[in-house]
Design a binder for this molecule. Structure first.
Ligand SMILES: C[S@@+](CC[C@H](N)C(=O)[O-])C[C@H]1O[C@@H](n2cnc3c(N)ncnc32)[C@H](O)[C@@H]1O
Length: 450
């Protein structure tokens, strides 16, 4: 196969980035904007090893699950990747992505345990409670922008359909204020301007916290913050200095509070959480409650258990489980998140939960060596999954139940292959925390073999 080859391809399944996948002489061909069940007249755009990439020239039989994307930026902004597929079909496909990962990376038979239907999100749009957008100057003025997929090309965004409306409104108002006060976007080419990003976090009550990410310190920034804080929903404003333009990190190493409240509070179920600009928090607050309830259910707690919440962030899951546990211990490597987790325990008057700062791969073996015993271990690692060192300690702990919360089916599957030497998988529940995208969240319940 070579570039520009053209043929009809039957799309067999969905890939992890929302593209359709078909096979030609056993070679997998990835075609953006193609839906399983469709046939596409495609042209090969590149061939890499035993994979090829193609573009669709014409759809030969249109899937009944195809819909017109609701967003004018779709396909251009690098954000959503499944807005052309009906929601019901996507819930099915998210479950299929999980099964596909298990088949691909493990010898585990996915028919031997329950894989529930994907739990859908009540909000399919306007659910994201955080935005982190680049500020750019165009001929017609300043804009907040996203990056086109796999590129440095900025795309001005006026109204993102998956962000909360209040976040879109605040971004627009901040841009107006910046223009009025003569603040410019940072321009790397001529080193003009200073503001690189605007980050916003909002809660279900539509209260928001803003952080202005600047290239360098600017004495005047406080005046801008004071004006931004006059937007009724904005409760506080921070700045963060980030002069590193080589890496894609958005916030600088520290954040400085400039004006207003230092945090906003989000409520999930009956638990209140302080939200800061730089600590982890679930991006879809409404659906986070479904997720935490699912975790609570599969933990099977009876108020007698000592629970470890590994990779605990601001203690979100641990505090949610505390009432049904004897004791909760959380570990997390972000110092600000751990401080926040302990404050969250106080805020909720929860006194059977404590949170420790450190690398989970070091702290878990240390705690076990010191004789600490857990009845349930909940893990919620980043996309990279669990390290070998952490899994070794987990296997040696002999804990009866493990609840694995995962945002990446591939690393979940690879980790399950190792853990299944000692644990049976009882069930996996896929959940949709990110509608209009191919991301899948999973809650997996593992039980120690007899
Ligand atoms: C997916 S988040 C989960 C947070 C939390 N469970 C929640 O629901 O809000 C993963 C967390 O793991 C933390 N983390 C990443 N690597 C870690 C490590 N090696 N040890 C401990 N925590 C880590 C991150 O800072 C982040 O807060």
């Amino acid at each position: 196969m070579k570039d520009n080859d053209r043929f009809i391809l039957d799309i067999k399944r969905l890939g992890i980035n929302g593209e359709g996948i078909g096979f030609y002489n056993r070679m997998a061909i990835f075609v953006p904007n193609a839906i399983p069940g469709e046939g596409h007249d495609i042209e090969i755009t590149s061939v890499k090893g035993n994979m090829a990439f193609g573009k669709s020239l014409e759809i030969k039989n249109i899937s009944k699950d195809r819909k017109v994307p609701e967003c004018p930026y779709y396909g251009n902004c690098g954000g959503c990747n499944t807005m052309h597929i009906s929601y019901e079909k996507m819930l099915e496909e998210k479950r299929n992505l999980l099964i596909e990962a298990i088949n691909r990376y493990t010898k585990i038979n996915p028919k031997k345990f329950e894989i529930f239907q994907t739990i859908g999100s009540a909000n399919q749009f306007n659910y994201r409670n955080r935005s982190q957008l680049q500020v750019r100057k165009y001929e017609d003025g300043l804009h907040v922008c996203m990056l086109k997929e796999n590129s440095n090309i900025t795309v001005p965004i006026n109204d993102c359909l998956v962000q909360k409306n209040i976040i879109n409104d605040i971004n627009e108002k901040i841009i107006e204020i910046m223009e009025k006060m003569g603040f410019d976007a940072y321009n790397h080419k001529n080193k003009n301007g200073n503001i690189r990003y605007i980050t916003i976090r909002a809660n279900k009550k539509n209260e928001a916290l803003v952080c202005l990410v600047c290239y360098k310190k600017n004495d005047n920034i406080k005046n801008l913050a004071i004006e931004i804080n006059k937007i009724p929903e904005v409760k506080g404003v921070y700045e963060s200095i980030n002069s590193n333009i080589k890496e894609n990190t958005i916030l600088g190493e520290t954040i400085n509070h400039l004006v207003g409240e230092e945090y906003i509070i989000e409520e999930i179920g009956k638990i209140k959480y302080q939200i800061y600009p730089n600590t982890f928090f679930q991006l879809n607050s409404e659906q986070a409650e479904e997720l935490f309830n699912r975790v609570l259910k599969v933990c099977k707690l009876s108020r007698k258990e000592t629970v470890l919440d590994a990779y605990c962030g601001v203690g979100a899951i641990g505090l949610f489980l505390a009432k049904m546990s004897k004791e909760v211990i959380g570990i997390e490597n972000n110092k600000d998140s751990i401080e926040c987790a302990n404050k969250n325990a106080q805020l909720n008057k929860i006194n059977n939960a404590s949170f420790y700062h450190g690398d989970a791969s070091i702290l878990l073996p240390k705690m076990l060596n010191e004789g600490k015993q857990f009845d349930v271990i909940v893990v919620d690692p980043p996309r990279t999954g669990l390290s070998d060192k952490f899994m070794k300690a987990l296997l040696e702990s002999n804990v009866k139940r493990i609840v694995y919360v995962s945002c990446n089916p591939s690393t979940l599957a690879k980790n399950l292959e190792v853990l299944s030497s000692k644990y049976n998988i009882n069930s996996i529940t896929p959940l949709d925390l990110f509608p209009q995208t191919s991301n899948v969240e999973c809650v997996c319940q593992l039980v120690l073999k007899n």
